[in-house]
Design a protein around this ligand. Structure first.
Ligand code: MN
Length: 308
């Protein structure tokens, strides 16, 4: 059985972290993970991901929620939009929003929104606040503390028990949208009567789909909302949000590791399966520490059984 889906760059990178290459890469591929029931291959240029094997359909389903909206035509639209931020945007007073933890089996989903006024942009940038993925943990801690002291912010953190409950009846993208909307609305309330020139969300899906997820919510923050992949490069507020979210997530990981009695690794690779299997063997409740809908759960259960 074979299934091919098209994804955005953000998701592609996330998949690359999850599907760790363990076999020969075909030409043009960025990753290829060969598993027992499914082999997953991601193609760098087209951002097409191929699932092969008896579990192809099932594994592709994990990502399929928004795939119908991820046709090449719309990806082009998104690129145009990215290029089309208003001139001088980087100097505006912007409320930025970003999340971490979506690709990590252990730990929370954390969204942070941070308001950076025009007169703070330079100082925040000069601190070295940039994409949290490029910073070390000690740097994150130092920078986050400075950002949180100087800028209004709000963090929405879903630790695994709450995450597992909320993901029951919605996709991860829908859950992310709800968290961003909540964090943004909280900061907007905190900074009143000031109003940001714009709101920038680090794009994880089509804006149209994002707002679809928010149907029925009150309020829906949609005025002056822009989306951009690599949003941290478009405005310091998204970089600051990325740093604050990572900082909070780190703290939660430490706390959860302590509760678990072992260091919980980030990501979703084989080491994660091993640690999850150890938790199972120690009769720990995985749902307290991990995002159970990931395929790691089944892999860990299998490992736990075979290592007995
Ligand atoms: Mn992001």
């Amino acid at each position: 059985m074979q299934k091919v889906i098209q994804v955005f760059a953000d998701e592609f990178n996330q998949m690359k972290k999850i599907y760790i290459t363990n076999t020969t890469l075909p030409a043009g591929a960025a990753f290829r993970m060969k598993g027992k029931r499914v082999t997953v291959t991601g193609y760098t240029k087209s951002k097409k991901v191929m699932f092969q094997g008896s579990a192809a359909e099932q594994e592709a389903q994990r990502w399929a929620n928004d795939s119908e909206n991820k046709l090449p035509k719309q990806e082009k639209t998104s690129t145009r939009r990215n290029d089309g931020l208003p001139a001088g945007f980087e100097h505006w007073s912007v409320l930025g929003s970003d999340e971490v933890g979506t690709g990590s089996y252990f730990g929370p989903l954390t969204v942070a929104s941070v308001y950076v006024r025009a007169d703070q942009v330079e100082a925040i940038t000069n601190l070295g606040v940039r994409d949290s993925k490029k910073l070390t943990d000690p740097e994150i801690i130092k920078l986050a503390k400075k950002v949180m002291a100087d800028c209004p912010y709000h963090i929405v953190n879903l630790n695994p028990p709450l995450y597992n409950e909320k993901i029951q009846d919605r996709s991860q993208a829908a859950l992310k949208a709800l968290c961003h909307n909540l964090a943004l609305s909280q900061v907007l309330t905190k900074i009143k009567p000031a109003v940001p020139d714009a709101i920038l969300i680090d794009e994880f899906e089509q804006p149209r789909t994002y707002f679809k997820h928010l149907r029925g919510q009150d309020p829906v923050i949609k005025k002056n909302v822009y989306f951009r992949t690599k949003g941290e490069q478009a405005h310091a507020a998204v970089a600051a949000a990325s740093v604050v979210a990572r900082y909070y997530s780190l703290q939660m990981m430490d706390q959860l590791s302590e509760e678990a009695g072992m260091t919980l690794p980030i990501g979703a690779g084989h080491v994660v399966d091993e640690v999850a299997a150890r938790l199972i063997r120690h009769h720990q409740d995985l749902g307290k520490f991990a995002k159970l809908h990931f395929t790691n759960t089944a892999k860990a259960q299998q490992l736990a059984r075979s290592n007995r």
